[in-house]
Design a protein around this ligand. Structure first.
Ligand SMILES: [Zn+2]
Length: 467
């Protein structure tokens, strides 16, 4: 009973402290990202603020009024190159009434929102400037359903004997405001690793006749999850591959994994935890209502059933092929494809997989993931898995379908090779058109030493005989 009075006093103190904090929120920094069609400004704040944003014409300007705030940094340090912003000015109109003015070189459509603190950042004010006038591609504010086959742009029937490329949409996870997982030294960001691997995969695919890689994200900016599959669909993707690097509370966790969409939920606790944190990153895009509400979920379920089965089994099939190839260049966290309800994979008409290339939270794997050599090896293993899948299941009207139909793709089952005098491991690999890594792995070899008479297992391959 004696502490009743002190508690009340403490309560009063807290109230007055909170009051003074509200009166003077500091703007401590501002970050800027340029995407192909928009510019994002993120103001880092010491607390919550109220704000308003409006446009002025002739000359074009954006005015950002923030009440209860004061600027504690210089705006001049912002790198505005390649953006429609010419300059940024700020003035304190009254104590705690801050006005910032963006002078523009072109008309933009602004959209703004505030964000609560998360693991990486404190309170933030986000101002998105979409190029041009009220574009139709402003992120949806209402929760939109996964696009159904009828909503998807109708793909023209392939011309007979057509030889189009198979298009792989390569989605580098995270970006811009959303760094993804962060390495143990706080320097390695998942968003950079994923973009590097995505670019390498695109480069490798461009060298493979019959395939074309299309990057969903081309730089360091944020794309809401649902927009990513929209971009893939617009590019006419035959496969959607989202690239990520894991993080786990245990820094010892390691290994790569591959996920495919599940309409029944995650197959393991880890998958669920991951799906949660990957999906949560969409909130950074400011679309608060990302998850389907129950009504939408029911309707979506019915619509999805129509096309999900084929797409899901394709996803599992290509996922397994990517996973077994990845197993040759990196340890695997799980030996089979995991299924999880990743928002980014909800693209029922396109087979989709999410590749976790390793644990960025593991110091050893973080070091590997940051090297070009390992990024290349990972990209190569993903490409090999994709190629194997499409050699077996080429979409009609593609060059690869034409190759298969004219008997130019030959599947070669697992075989054995008896080492003869003069053989080297490299020669054997070349002869059967398998990679050295694959050959070593199939035979549990550590080095390249082989003996005459030794029986080598040759893994299954498909070979395209170029005309
Ligand atoms: Zn991720």
């Amino acid at each position: 009973m004696r502490w009743r009075v002190p508690l009340a006093v403490l309560g009063l103190c807290l109230l007055s402290v909170a009051g003074s904090v509200l009166a003077a929120t500091d703007i401590r920094g501002v970050r800027l990202w340029r995407a192909p069609d928009n510019t994002r400004l993120v103001f880092d704040l010491s607390g919550p603020v109220k704000h308003s944003v409006f446009t002025l014409a002739a000359p074009e300007r954006i005015v950002i009024d923030v009440s209860g705030a004061q600027l504690q940094m210089a705006l001049e340090q912002l790198n505005l190159s390649n953006t429609p912003i010419r300059s940024v000015r700020a003035a304190q109109r009254a104590p705690g009434e801050l006005r910032m003015v963006l002078d523009l070189s072109a008309r933009v459509t602004p959209k703004s929102f505030t964000l609560e603190p998360n693991q990486q950042y404190g309170h933030r004010l986000v101002v998105d400037l979409f190029d041009g006038e009220a574009p139709s591609n402003v992120p949806p504010v209402q929760p939109s359903l996964p696009v159904t086959p009828t909503q998807a742009p109708a793909r023209l029937p392939p011309p007979p004997g057509g030889k189009r490329d198979i298009i792989i949409a390569i989605d580098a996870g995270h970006g811009g405001e959303d760094p993804g997982a962060i390495g143990p030294d706080k320097k390695l960001y998942e968003k950079h690793v994923t973009l590097a691997i995505a670019r390498e995969l695109q480069r490798q695919l461009s060298q493979e006749k019959g395939f074309r890689g299309e990057l969903v994200r081309t730089g360091d900016y944020f794309i809401p999850l649902r927009r990513r599959t929209e971009i893939a669909r617009k590019k006419g993707a035959d496969l959607f591959v989202s690239i990520h690097a894991d993080a786990a509370p245990r820094s010892s966790a390691f290994g790569g994994s591959v996920y495919a969409l599940s309409d029944r939920g995650a197959t393991s606790e880890t998958a669920r935890w991951l799906a949660d944190s990957e999906n949560r990153s969409d909130l950074i895009g400011g679309v608060g209502s990302v998850s389907l509400d129950d009504k939408d979920r029911m309707l979506a379920g019915v619509l999805l059933d129509l096309s999900m089965t084929a797409s899901l089994s394709s996803s599992l099939n290509v996922g397994q092929k990517v996973l077994s190839n990845m197993g040759r260049v990196t340890p695997l966290h799980k030996k089979r494809v995991e299924q999880a309800g990743f928002m980014v994979l909800k693209s029922p008409d396109i087979p989709s997989i999410l590749v976790e290339t390793g644990f960025i939270s593991n110091p050893g794997e973080a070091r590997k993931l940051s090297t070009a050599a390992h990024q290349q090896a990972l990209a190569n293993s993903i490409r090999t898995g994709i190629r194997q899948f499409f050699h077996e299941n080429p979409p009609a009207g593609t060059y690869i379908a034409w190759l298969r139909d004219s008997g130019k793709i030959i599947a070669q089952g697992p075989r054995e090779h008896v080492v003869a005098a003069g053989d080297s491991l490299a020669l054997v690999a070349q002869r059967y058109q398998v990679s050295l890594v694959a050959l070593r792995s199939a035979n549990n070899l550590r080095g390249d030493t082989i003996k005459v008479g030794q029986v080598l297992q040759i893994p299954q391959t498909t070979v395209a005989v170029q005309p």
